[in-house]
Design a protein around this ligand. Structure first.
Ligand code: ADP
Length: 868
């Protein structure tokens, strides 16, 4: 088939990035062809047309070039990779077909455009070099929009947890190796896209070469990486680097160092626990609203918001480090004037980290540099407010904030405020900054004045009152004279153009001025661009120090946000201790409390660890508030270890090394595993890895199997945690049988949720009280849920029958007569599964064997056999 030259060009571009959707620039449009066109038409709702109509029509879809950003955002959100192929020469100057090139490949993890990024969230690209079996796996992650780049390693078994902490949007994985994290092609909110890449880009040799070249160094030891010991980390970082080269097709000066991630200094939270506790995403739909982070995040600046998310992802474990933050939060909380002033400054501050990365790549606008100037003007105020504070961390931040007075005065005297977005259209530099620029501008505007004078003089000379000097792009300046005055035209006028009712002329004098005016304007714009580039380079030259200042401001923002939260929601400062204890008085669930109507949340106490019993068994009906109570304890511990105040009247919190939450059945079925299998895998993990310093919360173990199985498992798990692990455990269960454990295990304490019955209704008091629950309210809850009254009433009948049959100890024949009496409580769950006794048994019991003849006995046996 004969392809047109343009389609040949298209095919070539497409072949260079076959796994990306290709946007092919044609004039004012981006066009997609073939399968890409079909995909894009569906996702973007574009009209599918065809090119080369005739024998072999090519499916085609497209959109105007200025809509690129919004369409890119939609494609990327679907986890697609998009290659942008631009015209790389001026179509007017092109001989033959215009040159086109793929200038970048946009993927979820390599976004840098502000419009495509959530300012308050990190956008990490990660790569994994999965070691074999029990070797260490390497993990590297980078945020291209800020230039922060880390690498570290972890045991292969902990890879999922490590990735859950980092929370990348895209993860590189070696081709051909089975990937345990692969999800569906459409990742949806909060899921990471897996991109497979050839194995060689994860090799040590290519990694070292790529990294050394990027950083212009001879060894990675300067960054703290051991060439032997850190091989997996280096391999992963190399894969990131090579992938960035492949997709960005540009140098990446914003990546100027690789940070070695030190594991083990933060609270370990596995992936399932993160999900269950809804730290940064809800279980149901993966959104941020309704999560712990959403409640905490009262930051004023995107940098602070991103840092706070990192704090939530990795709380501290050292008492001293936690106290450092708590001291700072306490001081900011206690001084509303300081807090408000700092927060007002931070609100005005731009996103310095992302601005600096754009400056480094040269892709910044004058407005971006203006944003940096604005930030610099705010620094002295912030620094002064932090001087001579009591909290050492605030003093540290004060010293970390540098002022850059020279850079600031240079930017302030140079840039127009607000500076424009366009680079080459002038209007960037203020008058008085450059003598040469001022001269050119004078000439340009003076020239315009000259034209006005010229028009007046010519009108007088010719005596033509309607004589007009005009300008158009084709002919430049001209003199227009209506045909009525054709007789009066002077001899030196040169005719250029005829228009309706008039003629247009030029004179040599007019042309000369035109030349000077136009070139002055062009030259001024060019000079402005050059001056701007110098300013940009001045900023880039200070990038390192500016970045540490930005980091200090982000910390200040996060601390001030926690202080503001403590004030607004009446939180208290926790007492942090090393011993594994928990003493909370009038504690609240940070999220449920914040979302409930004011004053409706019922606070509860917690006492766990020390002499009080390490294992709290909480029984009570569904909907009573068991889950909320146990989660509240986990979240409060986590908050305290971030350095936050906690929602309670008072709290003593023993630092945990790990938090485990095994909570309810979630979306495991969607992941292709049976709920029960997942539940047991998670439970196994807790039993195998919890330490005496860990905090475990369990919600309903063993639900996914038969009742007997479930009770037995829950029982054995509790014993194991009590005898072998000895960690603080809160276990919410509806198995009342378990409450007997408190009789034999000294560390187990029973709690239940108070419920009041009132006119056949159940009222949940949400109050946790000592002792075991004595009744189940499943049927009441069913009524609340809208089960039809007939079903409910029938259920009640059955329940009463079952209860009486099982418990009154009377013969079965009589028992069935006793109906409608409900006097006892206990063991309800098991009852429902127990079949009523067969009547033959009762007859057997009553039988007097001695009174039977052998023949009677045989007959009876035959009859029973028939009945059974
Ligand atoms: P359970 O685990 O016992 O089935 P949940 O913890 O899921 O119960 O709570 C049931 C409902 O009660 C939820 O809507 C929750 O918001 C509310 N709730 C729980 N604890 C409290 C409390 N202390 N104060 C007010 N409402 C609560």
């Amino acid at each position: 088939m004969n392809l047109s030259p343009m389609m040949q060009q298209y095919q070539q571009a497409k072949a260079s990035c076959p796994d990306a959707l290709l946007l092919f620039r044609m004039g004012d449009f981006y066009e997609l062809f073939h399968e890409d066109a079909r995909t894009a038409a569906t996702i973007l709702n574009l009209t599918l047309t065809s090119r080369d109509k005739g024998e072999n029509p090519v499916p085609m879809a497209g959109f105007p070039y200025h809509q690129l950003e919004s369409y890119l955002a939609k494609l990327i959100a679907r986890g697609l990779r998009v290659a942008v192929c631009e015209q790389v020469e001026d179509p007017a100057a092109a001989k033959g077909i215009v040159q086109r090139e793929v200038v970048r490949i946009v993927t979820p993890g390599t976004l840098t455009d502000d419009a495509l990024l959530d300012p308050r969230a990190n956008n990490y690209l990660a790569a994994v070099a999965p070691g074999k079996n029990d070797q260490l796996a390497g993990v590297a992650w980078v945020e291209l929009s800020t230039g922060r780049f880390w690498a570290g390693q972890c045991p292969a078994a902990k890879l999922a947890d490590e990735l859950a902490r980092i929370d990348p949007v895209e993860c590189l994985w070696p081709e051909g190796l089975p990937c345990p994290f692969a999800t569906s092609a459409d990742p949806g909110p909060g899921k990471m896209a897996i991109t497979t890449r050839p194995g060689w880009i994860f090799s040590l040799a290519s990694a070292k070469e790529a990294l050394l070249q990027q950083f212009g160094i001879h060894t990675l030891e300067g960054f703290g990486f051991g060439e032997e010991t850190d091989q997996p980390a280096i391999c992963a970082a190399g894969a990131v680097m090579l992938y960035l080269r492949e997709t960005q097709k540009a140098t990446l000066p914003q990546l100027d160092r690789l940070i070695r991630h030190q594991p083990g200094q933060t609270l370990e939270i596995d992936e399932a626990t993160r999900r269950s506790l809804e730290l940064t995403r809800t279980l149901r739909d993966g959104r941020r609203e309704g999560t712990l982070l959403a409640i905490l995040d009262r930051t004023q600046n995107p940098m602070g918001a991103r840092l706070l998310a990192e704090w939530v992802a990795a709380p501290l474990t050292e008492v001293a480090a936690i106290e450092q933050r708590l001291n700072a939060v306490a001081e900011l909380r206690g001084d509303p004037r300081l807090r408000d002033a700092v927060r007002a400054d931070l609100q005005e501050l731009k996103d310095l980290e992302r601005l600096l990365a754009r400056v480094a790549t040269g892709r910044c606008t004058p407005r971006d540099v203006g944003g940096i100037a604005k930030a610099l003007s705010l620094l002295p105020g912030v620094k002064a407010r932090l001087s001579e504070r009591a909290a050492p961390l605030l003093n540290e931040l004060e010293s970390a904030i540098q002022l850059f007075p020279e850079l600031r005065s240079r930017l302030e005297s140079a840039l127009v405020d607000p500076a424009p977005l366009a680079l080459k259209e002038g209007g960037i530099i203020q008058p008085g900054f450059s003598v040469k620029l001022d001269q050119l501008r004078d000439l340009a505007s003076g020239g315009k004045q000259w034209i006005a004078n010229f028009q007046a003089a010519e009108t007088a000379r010719t005596g033509i009152p309607s004589l007009k000097v005009g300008f158009n792009k084709v002919f430049g300046y001209f003199i227009e004279i209506t045909n009525t005055h054709a007789q009066k035209i002077p001899a030196n006028y040169i005719r250029k153009q005829t228009v309706k009712n008039a003629e247009r002329y030029i004179t040599p004098e007019l042309k000369e001025y035109e030349e000077r005016v136009l070139t002055a304007e062009d030259q001024a714009q060019q000079l402005e661009y050059e001056l701007f580039c110098q300013l940009r380079d001045d900023v880039a030259g200070q990038a390192g120090l500016l970045r540490s200042t930005a980091g200090a401001l982000a910390q200040l923002d996060a601390l001030a946000a926690l202080a503001d939260l403590a004030c607004a929601r009446n939180y208290c400062r926790p007492r942090i201790v090393a011993e594994p204890v928990l003493e909370i008085s009038a504690g609240r669930h940070p999220v449920v409390d914040a979302l409930a109507a004011a004053g409706t949340y019922v606070p509860n106490d917690v006492s766990c660890g020390g002499n009080e019993g390490r294992i709290l068994l909480i029984t009570g009906p569904n909907m009573a508030g068991k889950s909320t109570y146990i989660r509240q304890v986990a979240l409060m511990t986590l908050l305290a270890q971030i350095g936050s105040f906690v929602p309670a009247k008072s709290a003593t919190i023993g630092v945990a090394d790990r938090i485990f939450a095994r909570v309810g059945a979630s979306d495991e079925l969607a992941r292709g595993q049976s709920t029960f299998m997942v539940e047991m895998t998670e439970t196994a993990r807790i039993l195998n890895t919890a330490t005496p310093r860990s905090l475990v919360i369990l919600d309903e173990i063993g639900r996914g199997t038969s009742t007997y199985d479930g009770v037995s498992l829950a029982w054995a798990v509790t014993e194991y945690l009590h005898d072998r692990v000895g960690c603080r455990t809160l276990f919410a269960t509806h198995y009342h049988e378990l409450t007997d454990l408190a009789k034999t295990l000294s560390g187990v304490k029973n709690l239940n949720v108070a419920v009041r019955e009132w006119r056949e209704q159940v009222v949940f008091l949400h109050q946790i009280v000592p002792g075991a629950a004595d009744k189940s309210y499943g049927i009441h809850v069913a009524r609340l849920a809208g089960i039809p009254p007939e079903v409910n009433n029938r259920a009640k009948e059955i329940l009463e029958q079952l209860e009486s049959q099982h418990l009154d100890g009377k013969p079965a024949s009589q028992r069935r007569v006793i109906q409608g009496k409900n006097k006892r409580s206990g063991e309800w769950q098991m009852l429902l599964f127990e079949a009523p006794e067969h009547p033959v048994l009762e007859e057997l019991r009553k039988l007097s064997v001695n009174d039977l003849t052998p023949l009677q006995a045989l007959k009876l046996l035959e009859e029973w056999k028939g009945r059974v």
